[in-house]
Structures are given as C-alpha cells and as structure tokens.
Design a protein around this ligand. Structure first.
Ligand SMILES: Nc1ncnc2c1ncn2[C@@H]1O[C@H](COP(=O)(O)OP(=O)(O)O)[C@@H](O)[C@H]1O
Ligand SMILES: [Mg+2]
Length: 420
C-alpha cells in the first residue's frame, strides 16, 4: 500500500472545486450513519440511479466490504479491482468505475479486501486523508460521487466524510433512531472540527417509515430537533424496496411506480434542490474570501463560483424527466410495463407522463450569506436540547414562578391596604 502524500492533506474537497472550473467537478456526498440497517445502502443505490436518470453522470463508490451497494445496482461483488484498489493507489477512480446497466451510473465495487483495509490504513501517516488525496490527485470528471459507508466510525467512513462536500444521513424511524441520530451528529461534529471543516449536512432522510404510532412519534421528534435539516420526503417501509434488493436492481428501476420508488424520486428532487443551495453558498463563500487581499492558499486567486449542473439548475424538470427514463430502463431490463404501473398508466415507456410538476420546495437552507458553509451547528447543538421530560420540567418551573409573582403581588397589596 502506498503512503498517502501529505501535501494535499490540508486541502479540502471545496478547494478542489476551485482548481478546474473548466471541467465538471463532482459534488461528493457520503451516505453515513454509524448505525447499521437504517437504509444507507438502499438510499445510496437509489439516489445514485435516480440522479443518473436525471441526466447526471454519477459514480457510486461502495466502501462496505459486504458489497450490498455493489449488488444493488447489479454490480459484481468481489470481482476485479474496485474501492480497495483505489485506496491502495493502483488506479484512479475513473479507471475503476465500471459501467452499470443504467447509462450515466458507474460503480466502484466492493470486495472482501475492504474488510482488512482499516488495519492497513492505520499503519499509514494521515490515514483519514487517503481517499481525499487520491481523489484530488485525479478527480473524475462527473457530476456526482456518492459514497456508501459501512456502519460505525472506523477509518473507511472517516475517509468518506473527509473527502465529501456533504453528508446525507438516513435514519430509520424506529425506537432507537433518536439515540442513533445523537451519536451520528456527535461524530459529524468531530469530523468537522478536526478533518473537514467545510463538510455540509445535505440532510437527514427518514427511511422505512411505518404507519404505526411509534414511527410517527419518532418522525415528529426528529423533525422537532433537526428542523430544516430533515428532508420533507420520507421513505416508507415498502416490500417493493426489499424485493428489489433480491432482484439486484434499485427499487426506482425494479418497481418505479411503488411508493418506495416514488419516495426516492421525491428525495432525489429534494437532494438536487439542497445541493443547488449548498453550491451557491460555497460560491458566495469563495467570492467573499477572494475579495480579501490574499487567499488562504498563499495568494493564489480563488475560484469562480462552482458551476451548477443542468439537473441542479432545474431539479423539478430533471426529476420529472427522470420518471420517463426510469420507466424506459425498467422496460429494457424487465420487459413490459413497470411493476405497479399496470393500472396506473398503460402508456408506452417512452411516452411522456402526464404527472404535473410538483411545487418547488420551500427554501430549506435559508441563512445569511456570511453563515457559510451551512452546517446546522445549531442543530447539532440542539441534539442536546431538552427532551420531552425536560420540557415538562421547564413548564412546571415557569408555572411556579408565575404563581410566586401572583402571591408576592397579593402580599404587597394586602400590606399596603392594611397600612393605608
Ligand atoms: N424503505 C424500505 N422498506 C423496506 N425495506 C427496506 C427499506 N429500506 C431498506 N430496507 C431493507 O432494510 C435492510 C437494511 O437496509 P440497508 O440499506 O442495507 O441498510 P444499511 O446500509 O444502513 O445497513 C435491507 O434488507 C433493505 O432491503
Ligand atoms: Mg449498508
């Protein structure tokens, strides 16, 4: 394994955006939650495929030695070079990215070798920066890189988070979701304060939402604590999603009309809206930094605003067009009419859908221009805000204080009346 060069260790992925304005510079997103089984892989695979259907060029990187993201998009697990070889410096990401059945989506596959990689990395200097440095030395010219992380906060997820512009946090609406979120945000806070200060929270995506009272309550709690960081789109628990995993296709292709697939398409639209906001903030940050006498990079002039891709410029139109593309991909892979569409729409796969464009999302990342990069620091801190029980205690304290004021006023009134 090659040692990581140290000269780029203090450069961030955002710096890299500045260095080749003439090229397509990818927006890099790590899909992360240190909890397992919350829908990270399902989200990474569906989002990557849906983005490709939106006309984006996408590389999905599978960093989990179990290889579920690899097989989820029909890739071959543990065969040929992939993510492991990227870390070891044997090839660039573009060289390792294999074509998938979906035009625009390429895959850097997982292998069993990834299981021992953390140990190998730990013997290097700056083991947290290997992925970032390898990317910076040969950045692929694509619109998006999505990284599916294994659970826990080992060196592989840390490498993904250090290399990323943004992190997407899937959270399953179940009993321990809240604790999982607190842990995840605690870890993200540490990554931001140590290795990647510009890491933005792309959002929190509620997955496997049930119709039971517990799921609804947890969804409410998460939204009250994490506010605008939470995607409006919610992924329902849907048998079509787990069936698609068996079929080695993401649900957006396997059953594009299913509730799970539709929810992932809505999440993709929202993802693009949020990305556009994040890119804009990054550009403003650049502009304000560049106006100073010298840049942080030793006087080298800082970049032009990072360009918006076509999809991020018009997420609603792109997501709408993607539904037609996904129907076509489904027909090509499975033949016939997409699963679940039989009664809904019998038009040919290529025929445009009559579905109306959904209303634009409300701006979710509103913040002053100087509050860059977006970080939800407040949200992270709010993780430690009072729980329901504490809230009750606070209310009781206010009631007692008000009662004390009333009694005091009464005593003063009686005293004055008696004296008068
Ligand atoms: N919306 C959903 N509805 C039903 N099953 C789901 C849904 N999302 C994920 N699953 C299933 O839950 C399991 C865990 O999901 P996965 O994406 O592998 O989680 P993680 O990557 O966080 O470990 C998988 O078997 C997957 O097929
Ligand atoms: Mg996984």
């Amino acid at each position: 394994m090659s040692d990581a060069p140290s000269q780029t260790a203090d450069r961030t992925p955002s710096d890299a955006l500045s260095e080749a304005d003439h090229r397509t510079i990818p927006w890099i997103t790590a899909v992360y939650n240190q909890k397992g089984g919350v829908g990270k892989t399902t989200t990474a695979a569906n989002l990557a495929t849906a983005l490709a259907a939106c006309g984006q060029t996408v590389i999905l990187v599978d960093l989990d030695s179990q290889g579920n993201a690899t097989t989820s998009v029909g890739g071959l697990y543990n065969q040929g070079p992939g993510a492991y070889e990227f870390f070891t410096g044997d090839a660039s990401l573009a060289e390792l990215a294999r074509e998938t059945a979906y035009p625009g989506l390429r895959l850097v596959a997982a292998s069993r070798m990834l299981a021992g990689l953390e140990l190998e990395l730990s013997e290097q200097d700056s083991p947290q920066f290997v992925f970032r440095e390898r990317l910076l030395s040969d950045m692929p010219s694509v619109d998006h890189i999505l990284i599916d992380s294994p659970p826990a906060l080992g060196l592989l997820p840390v490498n993904a988070l250090v290399a990323a512009h943004s992190v997407l946090v899937p959270v399953q609406s179940e009993t321990f979701a809240h604790d999982g979120m607190v842990n995840a945000f605690f870890s993200l806070k540490r990554i931001r304060s140590t290795f990647n200060p510009s890491l933005a929270i792309h959002g929190v995506l509620v997955t496997m939402m049930g119709t039971d009272a517990t799921s609804k309550k947890l969804d409410k709690v998460i939204r009250s604590e994490f506010a605008d960081a939470v995607f409006s789109a919610v992924i329902p628990r849907d048998i079509a999603v787990s069936d698609s995993a068996d079929a080695d296709h993401p649900v957006v292709v396997h059953a594009p009309q299913s509730p799970g697939a539709q929810a992932y398409m809505e999440a993709t639209r929202e993802f693009l809206h949020r990305e556009a906001d994040l890119r804009e903030r990054l550009s403003r940050q650049r502009a304000s930094t560049a106006s100073g006498p010298t840049s942080e990079e030793g006087g080298r002039s800082l970049p032009l605003p990072c360009p918006l891709s076509k999809a991020t410029a018009d997420p609603d139109a792109s997501a709408l067009a993607a539904t037609t593309t996904l129907a076509r991909w489904h027909a090509r892979v499975f033949g016939g009419i997409p699963t679940g569409e039989e009664t809904a729409n019998n038009s040919a796969p290529d025929a445009p859908k009559s579905k109306p464009v959904p209303p634009p999302l409300k701006p979710t990342l509103e913040a002053p221009a100087d509050d860059i990069p977006p970080d939800w620091t407040g949200v992270v801190d709010d993780v430690y805000a009072p729980t329901d029980g504490d809230q009750g205690l606070r209310t009781a304290t206010w009631v007692m204080a008000a009662a004390a004021v009333v009694v005091l006023c009464g005593v003063i009134y009686i005293t004055m009346t008696t004296m008068g």
